[in-house]
Design a protein around this ligand. Structure first.
Ligand code: DGJ
Length: 718
């Protein structure tokens, strides 16, 4: 009898297993797979994330894995992706698979939308994945729908949750401060949580950027290792949680930082979380970066495939101390150097409270009459006469208490009404959740463009985090402010882009205090740091190069570190989007001649440096030198930048192997960007080598000199 019962139970459970129709959802790129599968209870699990499978049939052998979007209040013991509170204090959620759709957005871009639902609580979650197949990039977010009759309070609402199972994990994070951006640190992840987050509100990535590198198993190198690059496209508070459990599984949760951000979702409303973007590579960090850069230029960066303007900025050349005559003169200098555009920085506006230092005027966007009697119109006209374009600085989301705007609209400002105001750089943040403020901010750009249609460029700054958080507009919904503030900013940027799609705009935030891929869908470039000391810049630009392409990374030649030659400073800046922020009058004739040639080289080589593939040959973190190579996608044309920073005594210099070339092609190797009269010290300069030799043996890129640089062009000679 006992045996018959056992047999019956076994048969029934086998039947249950085979009778449920398992759903398999495969989100593939050319080289990667993310595989989701339903369990017999209908819940959806992540079975795999990694290199793409050759045979579809192998997917059946995968373990089920962890639930794809773990909810609060059920059987899981670690950090959930979703926590929602319902009427009557109920709070658990169980999500079961409902259906999924696959849409081909363009031949190599496929969107998969999976719907999960908790019937008991009338809440649904849509997990949306867009796979950019050629670039191995996946963009994902969650949409949370209140299908009930009562409001739901969202407490945690992640964009993504990804699971990993590996022997070891190494996390590379970014930290920084003003003039110290993009410092990279790698540490192993041990049991428990590691959290990267910000609660600055605006200027959100001031101390840490919304990006990370995760190595699985061994620490990835440029050429080896399984590695995931992740970044959140959100211009506000973000949080990444890396949590390793008692069995060694790792979950990575990304999204808006839930700090002071409980969100009430009304009946029928949908909360769309920001995009989490990842690329996975089994061949190390170099390939992952190249994939992300190609994706960014093609799909994400505003005007990502277009040219950029090389410009002269007046900030470091004049600070607030300028007048029309000085600016006209600087514009002449810009034209003489062969630059495309002159960018007028801070200090051009305010009349009742003129902006002659950073303690007044923000908010009053009319040209200061006694400083600029001809207004912005005179300046755009002068630029035109000189044959260049004109651009202008704004910081439209901010206000100085010493301004007409503050006097007129104290209710437009974020601050606790019953507390003393706290100022960061003497200013406060406008309440972008308020539609009237959004209209005003849009009106700043629109007003300037209407008055001066020739304006070709904006530098959009943002120097203060949100402090004393309280919105007069949101009243009892204060925990919505961090979210609605960012959405308000996006509303404005949408309007700007709808009306002025071709306008070039630089994203700036006291350096790169805010940078992410959502913001960069509106901006053509970002200001990487106010620190323009070329030695520091080698590190900062290296750090950002993992995630952002060279054409988006503004790098200017300034007077920081006068011990470095103009050539060294320019060669460093030429690895990004080259610009100048220096009194060119104070340069020697030789330096000016050199700069003219470097600018011409930069424009000529834009298809290689700005639109080509990046290879980090030598990391500055490794020692005394650094080298970076850019290569055209067809491998016919390359540029190498090599720097000696602080070489040590009697160092044994090694050759550096190049990458990305065609082994059979012969390349003419030539040092460029030489000072007038300077003889190249590159061994073999002017010779022709095969790509095979250059990649197996390499070139003698380095010297024993301090702060020396070489820029080397390689052109297919056949
Ligand atoms: C901060 C920016 O990073 C600088 O480049 C400059 O534009 C100043 N703001 C102007 O106030």
């Amino acid at each position: 009898m006992k045996n018959r019962i056992l047999l019956l139970t076994t048969v029934l459970s086998l039947l249950a297993c085979v009778s449920y129709a398992q759903k398999v959802i495969r989100i593939s790129t050319d080289n990667t797979d993310l595989i989701l599968r339903t369990a017999p209870d209908g819940r959806l699990h992540q079975s795999y994330l990694g290199e793409r499978f050759l045979a579809e049939s192998d997917i059946a052998h995968l373990p089920m894995g962890k639930e794809v979007y773990i909810t609060h209040g059920m059987e899981d013991y670690f950090e959930p992706a979703l926590e929602a509170h319902f009427d009557g204090g109920k709070s658990s959620v169980v999500l079961a698979y409902v259906d999924h759709t696959v849409n081909t957005l363009s031949p190599k871009v496929v969107e998969t939308v999976v719907t999960l639902r908790d019937e008991l609580r009338a809440i649904a979650v849509r997990l949306c994945y867009t796979a950019y197949q050629e670039q191995d990039v996946v963009k994902m977010h969650a949409e949370i729908v209140n299908e009930g009759r009562k409001p739901v309070e969202l407490v945690r609402y992640a964009s993504s949750m990804l699971h990993f199972r590996s022997s070891d994990y190494f996390l590379t994070e970014y930290s920084g401060d003003w003039a110290e951006e993009a410092t990279m640190t790698t540490t192993p992840l041990t049991f428990g949580k590691k959290v990267l987050d910000t609660k600055l509100g605006s200027r959100a990535s001031f101390f840490t950027s919304s990006q990370f590198i995760l190595s699985l198993g061994e620490q990835a190198t440029e050429h080896t290792g399984n590695v995931l690059f992740g970044t959140l496209a959100w211009t506000g508070n973000f949080r990444f949680t890396f949590e390793k459990d008692q069995e060694g599984n790792l979950r990575v949760i990304s999204g808006i930082n839930p700090y002071f951000s409980n969100y009430e979702l009304k009946k029928g409303e949908t909360f769309v979380t920001p995009d989490f973007i990842y690329t996975f590579s089994s061949k190390g960090m170099g390939e992952a970066s190249r994939h992300l850069h190609r994706w960014a230029r093609k799909y994400q960066l505003h005007q990502g495939e277009d040219d950029r303007y090389c410009l002269l900025n007046n900030w470091e050349a004049t600070y607030f101390n300028f007048d029309e005559e000085k600016l006209d003169h600087l514009m002449g200098n810009a034209a003489e150097l062969g630059l495309d555009l002159f960018l007028l920085d801070d200090g051009w506006f305010g009349n009742k409270y003129p902006r002659s230092s950073d303690n007044a005027g923000l908010g009053d966007w009319q040209a200061t009459r006694d400083k600029l009697p001809g207004g912005v119109g005179h300046l755009t006209a002068t630029a035109k006469e000189k044959g260049i374009r004109f651009g202008i600085w704004i910081e439209p989301e901010m206000v100085n208490p010493k301004s007409e705007l503050y006097e007129k609209h104290p209710d437009w400002v974020i601050h606790q009404p019953d507390r003393e105001e706290y100022y960061f750089r003497n200013q406060l943040v406008l309440d972008m959740s308020n539609p009237a403020v959004q209209d005003y901010v849009f009106g700043i750009v629109d007003g300037l463009m209407t008055e001066c249609p020739d304006l070709a460029f904006f530098k959009w700054d943002c120097n203060s985090p949100i402090t004393n958080i309280w919105s007069p507009y949101l009243k009892e919904k204060q925990t919505h402010l961090y979210v609605e503030h960012v959405r308000g900013l996006y509303n404005v940027l949408e309007r700007v882009r709808a009306k002025y799609p071709d306008l070039r705009m630089m994203l700036c935030s006291g350096g790169s205090g805010r940078i992410d891929y959502k913001a960069l869908s509106y901006f053509t470039e970002f200001w990487a740091s106010d620190n323009t000391d070329p030695v520091a810049r080698i590190f900062i630009q290296y750090g950002y190069s993992f995630f952002y392409p060279a054409k988006a990374t503004c790098a200017h030649v300034t007077s920081w570190n006068r011990n470095a030659s103009v050539k060294f400073r320019t060669d460093v800046a030429m690895m990004g989007k080259l610009g100048f922020d220096i009194r060119t009058d104070e340069m020697t004739d030789a330096e000016r001649t050199y700069c003219k040639e470097a600018i011409a080289n930069c424009k000529r080589l834009a298809p290689v440096i700005w639109d080509g593939d990046l290879y980090r040959l030598v990391s500055p973190y490794e020692g005394n030198h650094a080298a970076t190579q850019f290569c055209s996608p067809d491998g016919q044309h390359a540029v190498v930048f090599a720097f000696d920073i602080h070489p040590s005594h009697a160092e044994r210099l090694q050759t550096v192997k190049l990458e990305g070339l065609n082994p059979q092609t012969r390349y003419k190797v030539e040092e460029i960007n030489l000072m007038p009269g300077q003889r190249s010290r590159l061994r073999g300069n002017g010779s022709t080598y095969s790509g095979d030799f250059l990649m197996k043996v390499g070139l003698n890129l380095f010297s024993e000199g301090t702060m020396q640089s070489k820029v080397i062009e390689l052109k297919a000679a056949d």
